[in-house]
Structures are given as structure tokens and as C-alpha cells.
Write a protein that binds this ligand. Structure first.
Ligand SMILES: Cc1cc2nc3c(=O)[nH]c(=O)nc-3n(C[C@H](O)[C@H](O)[C@H](O)COP(=O)(O)OP(=O)(O)OC[C@H]3O[C@@H](n4cnc5c(N)ncnc54)[C@H](O)[C@@H]3O)c2cc1C
Ligand SMILES: *[C@@H]1O[C@H](CO)[C@@H](O)[C@H](O)[C@H]1NC(C)=O
Ligand SMILES: *[C@@H]1O[C@H](CO)[C@@H](O)[C@H](O)[C@H]1NC(C)=O
Ligand SMILES: *[C@@H]1O[C@H](CO)[C@@H](O)[C@H](O)[C@H]1NC(C)=O
Length: 638
């Protein structure tokens, strides 16, 4: 063992002793770095700091769910979002006009704490909540409950930050090294085509999609040809035109040997290797502390120890035990798009008027915190068949003994695809397309398909998507949306209360230059493309799939105006970001400089989904992890 590793081990044992769950007043916790939040942004960064030999405290509100089957089975990506030990039920407003918001059948009411009514006609006395936005309070953050999909960002995402800030280290050519860093610890693999190709009705849908993406017929009618199509990597680093390449693609997932693997495993392995990383779980940070010299210097954090304290958790109710920790170097906030701006505001950094209205002393008036929030829009076209998709035979998604897909997954090794359907996340393939309304040459539509009935998020959505095995979904996800009108505002001065989240969708958000209509047009095109794929399904009747009926939006929704209304009422998102943006020195709404430093204070950075000036790529976990690796490099190497 190298000397520094030995010292690191001693330090970590020492630190672990200090970090006993109950903090008494005599206890002084001091580290070089404190990272708040163990998700895609904070987890890898904390590991890298510790691996470089720095004592690092990683504070996580939730806890480690090691051994919980919900986090390891890829096909349980819906189930896991409903696990009370993990989930944070955040409710958001797509529209502030509540009558308009309630046109969405997913609009949810609180009947009693954590008992919900979804849709119109709530029982008397129910309180309107808005639209469920699943979040994970657990080790590894939302990556521990997400859909595992791994799509790397576009070069334009990085070059845009370089242009805005004048910091050339953000150029795509330089950012590539951070993807290499992520791949040092993150395995990525698509679902084996062999699993998908066992179900000929599924194959028939994929064949239809291949046709409308210009990849069929006649060859594609055979399963063998489809297998070739599905081995095409949408993240190719060899194809120079990758960002604008259209087609039908496999979907890469963050998994190893058919098991979800990601940030929490990196954290576990880093601790097990003896690096000086202390994970303090069941600990909710309530405030960043400052030495109020000029400029103010972050000195540490105050927190509450206790299980599931945040009131978005169905297990909440406890008040916790107060404690604090200090740093000799820096505090890094990685609490996610909603909780990072909330925590900054609670600590006196944010729009002065808002802070004062809650009686919070202003440390630094930064008006951009909790503004500029962005998300993608998503919309499905769903159909129902007369008979089941055979790939789902025996899959009950409930972990009970009759869940034979689970026993197959549990009892077989990862060879010859023997673990079966549950080593997939339910998504069979994706059409990647550039709409006629894209802002640049990048493909901006990701249309994923699978044998589920997915209409977005609402309480128990995970049961609804698989309540029968007869549905199929093609869901459009719009990349590079133009709406920057989302906000995160304090509900109260209590850190355990979730923030107030407004997305201000479509015409209630960014409208300059017809931005809202351009995004809507692209969504309509994606919806049309989904319908075209269903139509092309019928060209492959030879595969024997039975007919279907469209359930969403349904046959009556045909005119462009009707399709647009459908999208505006029901679209959703799940890549919320950009609420503490990096920006230029002369931009008063910039929250961070190009090195993640919070403007106007010292020794404080933000590293998570909130740092982006514009929503990156098609899926967001990969750019966040790349940013996490970049932040480690910036902090360690200047
Ligand atoms: C249902 C769903 C499916 C998704 N699927 C995909 C997908 O397939 N592919 C993809 O790329 N993206 C996906 N995403 C999005 C992606 O997983 C998240 O955007 C990403 O994980 C966010 O990373 P983050 O580090 O910013 O925040 P988080 O992952 O939310 O991490 C923040 C962490 O901070 C902790 N925390 C917060 N406040 C405090 C506090 N005050 N004190 C202590 N700890 C605190 C939280 O418990 C959490 O662990 C999905 C999202 C959802 C909701
Ligand atoms: C998995 O999550 C479900 C909720 O979706 C929950 O009922 C179940 O208890 C969880 N399983 C485990 C092993 O914790
Ligand atoms: C709110 O939304 C409803 C339903 O769309 C609409 O009829 C009403 O005019 C809106 N109110 C305002 C003030 O915009
Ligand atoms: C979508 O389809 C409708 C109906 O077929 C058509 O009128 C409209 O032009 C299409 N819109 C886009 C953006 O592709």
C-alpha cells in the first residue's frame, strides 16, 4: 500500500468515527472539501477529490439502498421511482394558471399526506398539487432511480459554453477527455438485440420505425437485418457527423452484467478502496455558513441528521438533530436543479427581495439563482393491441414470487442473454431525427419505443405503464428546447420544505422569435413521425403481429391545432436543469463563472444539472457526469 493510501485509510477511519449519526455539540467535523448531494454532479466529484488524497465529506439527505432489488433491476426503473425509501415526490407547475394546468389528466391532488387523487373530480377538501416530478433522495441521487439511458451530448452544447464565457476549456474537443474519465468507472451497454428479437410483434414495430427512418425495406424485414441496425451506436465517437446523424438506434444503458451500475457504485468503491471519502447519509444540509468578510467566504455547512427528513419523502416527519461541519478548502453544492438554488437562497445568496421576504439576511444579491430553468418536452403516441407482447410474459413488475421475469433475472448469469427481459429498461429502440425546426444541425428529436403505456409521470405511473402487456409507446423527447422561463422559489425559510417550481410551458414562457411555436412545431413533427412508424408496422404483416388501436392522443386528434393543444396540455419533462447557470462576467444573471464558482463569494462552487446555461444534449446524465469530472479537474489542477 502506498503511503498516501495508508494515510487516506487512516483519515477515512478517523473521519468515519467522527461522522457517527448523532452529532453532539462537542463534535467538530472538519474536512478539506464538503460536497452536498451524491448524484450525477456531486458523486463523481467527491470520489475524484478523495482519490487525489483530500479529505472529503459527501453529505447525502437519503441513504444507501445497497441490496435493494429496485435499484439493480433495469426493468424496475419505474418501480424504483415509487419506492418510499428512495422517492421524493416533487410537484411542479407546468402552467401557473391552475385551470389550464388541470386540463392535464395527470394533474394531482393531495387527499391526505402522500395519498393522492389524479385527474379531474377530486374528493371534497383535496388540495391541488400540480404534476408529479419524481426525484430520488438516496445515495447516487436520481441516477439510482433513472431510466439508465446513456446518450452523450452534442459538441454544440460545450462550444456554446466556451463562446458565452470565453473559456476555451469548455470546447467540445477539450471536453472529450472528461467522457474518457467517466468511462473509467461507468460501464455502458445496450440491451442485447437477441432479447428484443424474441418478440416478433416488437420486431414488427421496430421494422416500421426502420422504414420511416429510411432504413428499410426490403432487407429490414428480417430479424437478422434488424439486429445489425440495432447494433448502431448512437454515441459513436468515430462518426464525425454523429450529432446530426439520423436513424434507428439501439439505446445504451448504464449497466454491467445486466444490473444497473452507476454513481453509487463509484462512491462505494471509492470508500472501499480506502480513499479519504466520508459519506454522511441521512443528513440534510440546511445552510451554507459564511465568514462575512468582504467578499464572504464559505466556511462549512449546517445540517440535520435524521432519516428521510425532507418533506417530499413519504417517510418524512422527523425534525432531525442539528450539526455542522467546516472546510479548510471549499464547499461544493450538488443538490440538484431544485435543491441547489433552494439551499443557496436559504443561505443568503439569491435575489435580495425574495430572501428578505422570508427574513433571510442577504449575503450576496444574485438575481439569477432559481431562474433560467429549462427542461425538455415529451409526448407519446400509444396504441393497444388485442394480444400481449410475449417479451413481457411472466413480468409482473412487483417483486412477488409470481414475477418469473425477476426470478429469471436473479437466477441466471449474464451469458447468452439468459437474464432476459429484466435486463432491459423497457425501451426497445429509438428513432433519432432532426426536425425542420431545429436551432442548428443537431438532431433534436429522440423518439423512443417500447411495449409500455407511458403518458408521463403521476402517482403510481409505474403500475399504469405495465397494467396490461398490450400497449406500445413511441415517445418524442425534444432536445435543445428554447424555453428558459422556469423558476425555483422558496416556499418557506425551512430547509425541509420543498421549493415552489414553475416551468411556464410554451406560450407562458420564452416567446421571443416564436421560440414557443418552434418547439411546438418540432413536437408535432415528432408525434407525426411516431404515427408514421405505426402505419409502417402494417407493411410487415409477415411477422404476424396483430392490429392495434391508437389510445393516445387517439384517432380524434388529427388537425394540427388539435395536436398542438394535446401537446400543450399533456407534455412533460424529466431533465430539469439550468437553474444556477454559468454565464459571462458581464451578465448580471450569471450565477457561476466558468469554473463553477458562485459569483461574489469565495470557496463555494455548484456542480450538478443546474450549472448549464442551456439544456444540453438529448439525455442529461452524461453531460452532468462530464461536468462533474471537469469540476474535479478544475478544483485539483486550477
Ligand atoms: C424518472 C426519471 C428518469 C430519468 N431517466 C434518465 C435517463 O434515462 N437518462 C438520463 O440521462 N437522465 C435521466 N433522468 C434525469 C437524471 O437522472 C437527472 O437529471 C440527474 O440524475 C440529476 O443529477 P444531479 O446531480 O443534478 O441531481 P440529483 O441526482 O437529484 O442529486 C442530488 C442529490 O442531492 C441530495 N440532496 C438534495 N438536497 C440536499 C440537502 N439539502 N442536503 C443533503 N443532500 C441533498 C439528493 O438526495 C440527491 O441525492 C431521469 C429523471 C427522472 C426523474
Ligand atoms: C420496491 O419499490 C416498491 C414500490 O414501487 C415497494 O413497494 C417495494 O417494497 C420495494 N422493494 C424493496 C425490496 O424495497
Ligand atoms: C386560465 O386557463 C383557462 C383554461 O385554459 C382559460 O379559460 C382562462 O382564460 C385562463 N385564465 C387566464 C387569466 O389566462
Ligand atoms: C403533422 O401531421 C398533420 C396531419 O397529418 C399535418 O397536417 C402537419 O403538417 C404535420 N406537421 C408537422 C410539423 O409535421
Amino acid at each position: 500500500m502506498k503511503l498516501f493510501q495508508f494515510l487516506a485509510l487512516v483519515a477515512s477511519i478517523f473521519a468515519f468515527t467522527l461522522a457517527s449519526p448523532v452529532a453532539d455539540e462537542a463534535e467538530t467535523l472538519q474536512y478539506e472539501y464538503i460536497v452536498v448531494g451524491s448524484g450525477a454532479g456531486g458523486g463523481p466529484l467527491a470520489c475524484r477529490l478523495a482519490m487525489a488524497g483530500h479529505t472529503t465529506l459527501l453529505i447525502e439527505s437519503g441513504n444507501d439502498q445497497a441490496g435493494n432489488i429496485n435499484i439493480s433491476v433495469p426493468a424496475y426503473q419505474g418501480v424504483v421511482t415509487n419506492d418510499p425509501k428512495i422517492r421524493w415526490d416533487m410537484f411542479v407547475n407546468h402552467y401557473q394558471n391552475q385551470s389550464r394546468a388541470m386540463l392535464d389528466p395527470k394533474f394531482t391532488w393531495e387527499v391526505s399526506p402522500f395519498v393522492y387523487h389524479v385527474g379531474p373530480n377530486p374528493p371534497p377538501g383535496a388540495t391541488p398539487l400540480g404534476i408529479l416530478y419524481p426525484r430520488a433522495g438516496t445515495l447516487g441521487g436520481c441516477v439510482t432511480h433513472n431510466a439508465l439511458i446513456w446518450i452523450t451530448p452534442h459538441a454544440s452544447d460545450w462550444n456554446n459554453i466556451a463562446t458565452i464565457t470565453g473559456d476555451s476549456t469548455w470546447e467540445a474537443t477539450n471536453m472529450d477527455q472528461y467522457l474518457d474519465k467517466v468511462y473509467e468507472w461507468l460501464p455502458v451497454k445496450p440491451v442485447s438485440p437477441a432479447i428484443l428479437l424474441n418478440d416478433l410483434k416488437l420486431v414488427q414495430h421496430i421494422a416500421g420505425a426502420a422504414e420511416v427512418m429510411g432504413e428499410g425495406p426490403p432487407l429490414i424485414g428480417t430479424a437478422a437485418a434488424l439486429a445489425v441496425t440495432l447494433t448502431v451506436d448512437p454515441n459513436s465517437r468515430i462518426n464525425p457527423n454523429r450529432d446530426s446523424t439520423e436513424g434507428l438506434f439501439q439505446v445504451p444503458l448504464t449497466m454491467k452484467l445486466g444490473t444497473r451500475t452507476s454513481v453509487r457504485d463509484f462512491i462505494d468503491n471509492t470508500v472501499a478502496s480506502g480513499y479519504p471519502l466520508t459519506v454522511r447519509q441521512n443528513c440534510h444540509v440546511t445552510k451554507i455558513n459564511f465568514d462575512t468578510s468582504t467578499p464572504p467566504i464559505a466556511t462549512g455547512v449546517s445540517f440535520l441528521d435524521g432519516n428521510s427528513l425532507f418533506r417530499a419523502s413519504p417517510l418524512s416527519g422527523g425534525t432531525g438533530t442539528p450539526g455542522s461541519a467546516t472546510v479548510t478548502k471549499e464547499v461544493i453544492i450538488s443538490a440538484g436543479t431544485y435543491n441547489t438554488p433552494q439551499l443557496l437562497k436559504l443561505s443568503g445568496i439569491g435575489p435580495a427581495a425574495e430572501l428578505e421576504s422570508f427574513g433571510i439576511p442577504v449575503i450576496n444579491n444574485l438575481p439569477g439563482i432559481g431562474t433560467n430553468m429549462q427542461d425538455r418536452y415529451e409526448i407519446p403516441v400509444n396504441v393497444v393491441h388485442g394480444s400481449d407482447f410475449s417479451i413481457l410474459n411472466g413480468c409482473t413488475f412487483d417483486g412477488k414470487p409470481h414475477d418469473t421475469c425477476l426470478t429469471t433475472w436473479e437466477n441466471n448469469p449474464h451469458v447468452f442473454d439468459a437474464r432476459g427481459t429484466y435486463e432491459s429498461d423497457g425501451i426497445a429502440a429509438a428513432m433519432i431525427q432532426r426536425s425542420n425546426y431545429a436551432a442548428n444541425t443537431d438532431a433534436d428529436l429522440f423518439i423512443f419505443g417500447g411495449p409500455v403505456d407511458f403518458t408521463g409521470y403521476f402517482p403510481d405511473w409505474n403500475d399504469a405503464i405495465v397494467s396490461d402487456h398490450k400497449h406500445f409507446t413511441w415517445g418524442t423527447l425534444k432536445a435543445h428546447t428554447r424555453n428558459t422561463a422556469g423558476t425555483v422559489q422558496l416556499r418557506s425559510a425551512n430547509a425541509l420544505d420543498p421549493a415552489v417550481i414553475n416551468f411556464n410551458y410554451f406560450d407562458t414562457g420564452t416567446t421571443a422569435g416564436g421560440a414557443d411555436q418552434l418547439d411546438l412545431d418540432a413536437m408535432v413533427q415528432g408525434l407525426n413521425q411516431s404515427r408514421a412508424a405505426y402505419k409502417a408496422y402494417n407493411d410487415y404483416a409477415i411477422l404476424g403481429g396483430d392490429s392495434f388501436v391508437e389510445t393516445e392522443p387517439g384517432p380524434s386528434v388529427q388537425s394540427t391545432a388539435d395536436i398542438e393543444n394535446y401537446i400543450k396540455e399533456r407534455a412533460w419533462g424529466h431533465h430539469a436543469s439550468c437553474s444556477c447557470p454559468i454565464g459571462a462576467d458581464d451578465n448580471p444573471n450569471a450565477v457561476l463563472d466558468s469554473q463553477f464558482r458562485v459569483r461574489g463569494v469565495q470557496n463555494l462552487r455548484v456542480v450538478d444539472a443546474s450549472v448549464f446555461p442551456a439544456i444540453p444534449g438529448v439525455f442529461i446524465q452524461s453531460p452532468i457526469m462530464m461536468v462533474s469530472e471537469k469540476a474535479a479537474d478544475v478544483i485539483l489542477n486550477g
